[in-house]
Design a protein around this ligand. Structure first.
Ligand code: ADP
Ligand code: MG
Length: 697
């Protein structure tokens, strides 16, 4: 339950003066619907209104607060297009106030002739005359305090002016109350951080432009609070998993040595290390919750198999959950091959298996005949009953929701938690790993299996398409298969599709029948057919939008052409290129760029040419773009941060992680004084999912 002290923060913005349905709806677009959302909406700039020069000393385009006497009104006839002008002066000169389509009576009452007024806004020169159009403030001299000296400027949304936005957020800030301190005193002293309330106040009342930078002291404090809430929530979840009773599974090595003896290669150092880490988890009495992070081609499959064999060696079952039918079948094929020297019984179950075939699998599963099951979401449906499922591998784990992962976990023995190994081929920077996967232990496959020839990556202008086609012809004559990825047109799948179809027609005209097309709008079955034709060599060229399935393995494909490569993100290019260079033959990747290319795009393509290491690419990507983009929307899982910016506040993440661990070691249920305050923090940032696991409260 949300602590009472936070109630004011979570009331609707409509409760603020002057905020009705329409403004609330606009606020929601840019910030959110509650007061607290406005508090996290930070100024990006300031308007300095402190200058109050005499009219003769005004600088060009200066923002100034002028003390003037109101003179004559030049009201153009109603309906005329001419603006309404009001002459003003001081001892040194004159300035014209200019209004387009004004409410006349309003101007007459605000600016009575002969009176003194404070006028604040931007002064311009027009036909040799100083003028200010639509001043921001027009007030009697005694109301000077109503004009902010430094006015915060907020990111705007349609339908709300800057001034109104500043006023509304100012009102929202007034609703905020001081909260009990949750940070460690010595940390605050060391960093010279103010209290939360002071920090919030300072962030919304910048005294200079630099106060709006994310490196400003107040902003650092607020960002730290948010990152700490994130780390604390993850750490609570992690401790919760650790607390659950798991199964002690000791690796006898009987089956794994049979597999290893049969492998045509030896494990890389990274693979060995990962297998050891997994085995160490599995022998523990608590449940395993480990993420195996490794680039496409880094050899995750064999690690997963060796992990599952530990369960099988213990007389239990294991399963792999794959996001697509194609991937499930591919895993099946490679696992059968790797385990052929053992008597381990491996089966595959997907949505395609129906009737008698499915019944047979289900009955072998229930009797324990099947040791390892591979499949899609079909493997955790209600009527799927395992004899003794003790370990699950979740491939491309970001493609599954929490509920799906839970459904799978529920297939284990009652009262005992299953060991989970999640896998992902999306390398993310180390710093971000903490914020995304802080509740898991992480193993990294940061070493490629040997014997792979590096992909020869070239960056070329799209105008050289003729040369590309000649080269493609030659490659096909030499037996190559080619991926041809079409430009990303916009954020629209339909347009992407049109471009791909167009390119498909064009390429077919040149290369004839052995050209296929694959895109996201196709039925799963059709996609699979095209993929298997390509895999079997019935197609030489596969024209594709960016949806080529993750992890699909066609070792004979050695050429990848990416049109308008400058429009793709770095991780995306990396994922695409990962599809080639999988066989023994030399592979080539052609990155074709269009005529307009910005500096960042150029930098991206250069990085692509220089490295194939997904972890390095991810770090570079983080530097070039924001953290949100690095992970993209599709690879969700990145928690949304409101105040903190993962690029700017990276240094705070590790600090907060250590802080969170220490806090929970000393006060596992957050029941001591600081602990209670930290609970408020968790609720403030809505990271309270884990609080229910803490005993007292
Ligand atoms: P991932 O699933 O991480 O993309 P895979 O497990 O499919 O990668 O492995 C990619 C390829 O590398 C496979 O053909 C596999 O047989 C091979 N491979 C895996 N580990 C090694 C190794 N240590 N040495 C040589 N080849 C390996
Ligand atoms: Mg794989």
């Amino acid at each position: 339950m949300r602590p009472e002290i936070l109630y004011p923060f979570f009331t609707e913005t409509e409760s603020l003066p002057g905020v009705g349905k329409r403004i609330a709806a606009n606020l929601e677009k840019v910030a959110g619907s509650r007061i607290v959302d406005l508090l996290w909406h930070m100024p990006v700039e300031v308007i300095d209104r402190r200058a109050s020069p005499a009219l003769k000393d005004i600088l060009f385009d200066q923002i100034a607060t002028l003390e003037v006497t109101i003179g004559k009104h030049d009201s153009a006839p109603a309906k005329s297009k001419k603006p309404y002008r009001v002459w003003c002066h001081d001892d040194t000169g004159t300035v014209q106030l200019v209004f387009f389509h004004p409410r006349r009576d309003y101007i007459l009452t605000q600016l009575p002739e002969g009176e003194k007024r404070l006028i604040s806004g931007k002064v311009e020169v027009y036909n040799g005359q100083l003028q200010m159009s639509h001043p921001d403030y027009m007030l009697p001299l005694e109301k000077r305090s109503e004009i902010p000296e430094i006015e915060p400027v907020y990111p705007l949304t349609a339908g709300i002016s800057g001034k109104v936005m500043a006023r509304i957020i100012g009102d929202a800030a007034k609703k905020a109350v001081a909260l009990p301190e949750w940070l460690d005193k010595s940390l605050m002293e060391r960093e010279q951080w103010p209290s939360w309330f002071e920090a919030l106040d300072a962030a919304h009342h910048p005294k200079s432009l630099s106060d709006t930078y994310s490196s400003a002291t107040a902003r650092m404090r607020l960002a730290y609070d948010e990152i700490l809430a994130n780390q604390l929530a993850l750490e609570i979840m992690r401790r919760q998993t650790k607390k659950k009773k798991g199964r002690i599974m000791e690796a006898s090595g009987k089956l794994s040595s049979q597999v290893m003896d049969n492998l045509p290669y030896t494990l890389t150092g990274a693979q060995q290390r990962s297998v050891q880490e997994i085995k160490a988890d599995m022998v523990e009495p608590s449940a395993m919750m480990r993420l195996l992070q490794g680039d496409v081609g880094s050899g995750k499959t064999v690690v997963a198999l060796l992990a599952m064999l530990v369960a099988v060696e213990n007389g239990a079952q294991a399963a792999i959950l794959a996001p697509t039918e194609i991937l499930a079948r591919q895993h099946y094929k490679s696992l059968i091959e790797m385990a052929k020297s053992t008597d381990v019984n491996i089966a595959v179950l997907t949505g395609r298996d129906k009737g008698k075939a499915r019944d047979a699998i289900l009955s072998d599963l229930a009797s324990g005949e099947i040791d390892i099951l591979i499949g899609t979401h079909a493997i955790f449906q209600k009527d799927v009953i395992y004899h003794d499922l003790a370990m699950a591998v979740i491939d491309e784990q970001h493609r599954f929701g929490v509920e799906q992962r839970m459904s799978l976990s529920a297939k284990g023995k009652a009262g005992i938690s299953m060991d989970i190994l999640a896998m992902t081929a999306t390398p993310i920077p180390r710093t971000l790993t903490l914020t995304v996967y802080g509740d898991m232990d992480v193993s990294r496959l940061d070493e490629k299996p040997p014997g792979r020839t590096p992909v020869d990556t070239r960056v070329m202008a799209l105008t050289k398409l003729d040369n590309v086609i000649t080269a493609a012809k030659r490659a096909i004559d030499d037996g190559a298969r080619i991926y041809w990825v079409c430009p990303l047109v916009e954020e629209s799948e339909l347009l992407d599709l049109a471009a791909a179809e167009e390119r498909y027609r064009h390429v077919s005209q040149i290369f004839g029948e052995k050209v296929g097309l694959i895109h996201g709008k196709m039925k799963a079955k059709d996609k699979e057919d095209v993929m298997s034709d390509f895999s079997a060599g019935k197609l030489d060229i596969l024209v594709a939008t960016t949806v080529i399935e993750v992890g699909v393995d066609v070792p004979e494909a050695t050429v990848m052409i990416i049109e308008h490569a400058e429009r793709f993100g770095l991780s995306q290019l990396h994922q695409l290129r990962g599809r080639i260079g999988r066989g023994a033959d030399k592979s080539t990747c052609l990155l074709l760029y269009g005529s307009v290319m910005g500096e960042t795009a150029k930098a991206r393509l250069t990085i692509m040419r220089e490295t194939e290491d997904g972890f390095i690419i991810a770090e570079e990507d983080l530097k070039l773009r924001g953290a949100g983009e690095v992970l993209g929307t599709r690879q969700s899982g990145l928690p949304k941060f409101k105040v903190a910016s993962l690029e700017d506040h990276t240094s705070l993440i590790a600090m907060a992680r250590d802080d969170a661990r220490l806090i929970l070691e000393k006060d596992p249920d957050l029941s001591k004084e600081r602990g209670k305050n930290l609970r408020v923090l968790l609720y403030l940032f809505e990271r309270d999912e884990g609080v229910k696991y803490l005993t007292s409260g």
